[in-house]
Design a protein around this ligand. Structure first.
Ligand code: PSV
Ligand code: MN
Length: 429
């Protein structure tokens, strides 16, 4: 396996922290044992949990107003993969990468697959892009893609999705995520029912081309870039479409794609019950689709989502969600943000595993609201840091990934190799 960060840097870093970790882990183990929880069982479950990195997340993001480039930004998909390799080497929670086509197009998919495997990475869901026009494209997506009023434009958008599936097959991916920006900016601009019918018709053509072991993830979003209506606005529209398409179509929940204060964990529970939960794009927000780091604003909200997932798994409900980060890093080093966010996702999963399910069932059945809410808080308020650190250490990663990353000088090194990208214009990525 290619080591992107010198092993000696990680070892020296871990050596300084290991004694404290051993003692903290033993102490937490005792605390959990008092609650009837075996820390080793939790550790094994956390060690088996992975969250995918979005290839576009390793570049510096921007807003509609400006983008301020970072140092040593990846120039192409191979650079992006290398940055993902660093994240995986240090944080050991992100074994897969999700590509976005055409942003990640390259001339040799076989080489890309081999490079990924040398970094210990595989490929998660493929993402299509019919929300922006590409150079030389025959038909514009200005007024929509899969739902466009013009049949030739819809056909072009369908063909692009089929190409994404083909590329994904070469890379070992097993899912296609479709998010369209289609919608309208003015009341009256779009015939809602006809636009949805066109979506179903186009999506059915994509669905028909799915390999037998693939799934199609439909991602809803309340607004942006269309600000009056979007065709797949909410989980209801997404669910209707997924039901119409068939069993391989499921609904993907991006945490930032809802109205403020929407009860996302309830949506998650409904989708699980219906067998239609595709998975997640994790991020956090204060106002809209802010694409902030997972759990950075509302960690309890993330916990409540994981509480539903752990409860369903505990009850033996069959479901297999795909977990991915989908964030935009405007003011931090993306590698640091992604390592921290992946750890946050694992932390939240671990906290949800600590909830006493039997006691919670009893409290719910007995209408004891206070005990029920206390049981959730007990899980959420447990500091599971030693478990996360131990999982990373055992897997060959860094006890403190950001500290080891800074000590490695990786960013300074790639800044010398990768010429700065000129910034200035807006653009959300
Ligand atoms: C749309 O806002 C979205 O969440 C979709 O997942 C896109 O593919 C991604 O962001 C790309 O920026
Ligand atoms: Mn998303």
């Amino acid at each position: 396996m290619t080591h992107l960060i010198d092993r000696s840097v990680i070892d020296a870093h871990n050596a300084r922290l290991q004694r404290d970790l051993d003692s903290d882990y033993a102490h937490l183990g005792e605390q959990l044992a008092r609650r009837g929880i075996d820390i080793e069982t939790v550790r094994a479950q956390v060690a088996a949990f992975g969250v995918a990195i979005p290839s576009w997340g390793v570049g510096t993001g921007g807003t509609r107003f400006a983008r301020f480039p970072g140092q040593g930004e990846p120039r192409h998909v191979f650079d992006k993969l290398q940055d993902c390799g660093v994240i995986q080497q240090l944080a050991r929670a992100t074994p897969t990468v999700s590509l976005h086509i055409p942003w990640d197009k390259c001339s040799d998919w076989n080489e890309l697959r081999q490079t990924a495997s040398a970094y210990g990475l595989a490929f998660d869901a493929m993402n299509s892009n019919t929300f922006s026009d590409q150079k030389g494209q025959a038909h514009s997506y200005k007024y929509g893609s899969l739902t466009h009023t013009d049949a030739a434009t819809r056909a072009q958008a369908v063909a692009h999705n089929l190409e994404c599936i083909e590329i994904g097959q070469k890379l070992g991916s097993r899912a296609l995520t479709v998010w369209v920006g289609d919608g309208s900016n003015f009341p009256g601009q779009q015939h809602f029912r006809r636009a949805f019918d066109r979506y179903l018709d186009s999506s059915a053509q994509i669905y028909a081309a799915l390999p037998s072991d693939w799934r199609m993830f439909l991602e809803h979003k309340i607004a942006e870039p269309a600000f009056y209506s979007t065709v797949i606005q909410d989980w209801g529209s997404s669910f209707l479409a997924a039901q119409a398409l068939g069993p391989k179509a499921q609904c993907l929940v991006d945490l930032g794609h809802h109205a403020p204060n929407v009860n996302i964990e309830l949506i998650v529970a409904r989708l699980i019950a219906a067998g239609k939960l595709a998975g997640f794009h994790f991020n956090d927000s204060k106002y809209g689709d802010d694409d902030l780091d997972a759990g950075s604003v509302s960690p309890y909200r993330l916990f409540l989502v994981f509480n539903e997932l752990v409860a369903a798994a505990h009850e033996g409900v069959p479901f297999e969600p795909a977990y991915m980060l989908d964030q935009s890093h405007n003011v931090t080093d993306p590698i640091e943000s992604l390592m921290t966010s992946a750890a946050q996702v694992l932390r939240t999963y671990a906290q949800a595993l600590l909830v006493d399910r039997q006691a919670l069932d009893a409290a719910q059945d007995g209408n004891d609201a206070m005990t029920a809410t206390h049981l959730l808080k007990q899980g959420f308020q447990t500091d599971v840091t030693p478990i996360l650190q131990r999982v990373r250490l055992d897997a060959g990663g860094a006890i403190d990934p950001v500290g080891a990353y800074r000590a490695s000088g990786y960013r300074q090194r790639v800044a010398g190799e990768r010429p700065a990208v000129v910034g200035g214009s807006g653009g959300i990525v």
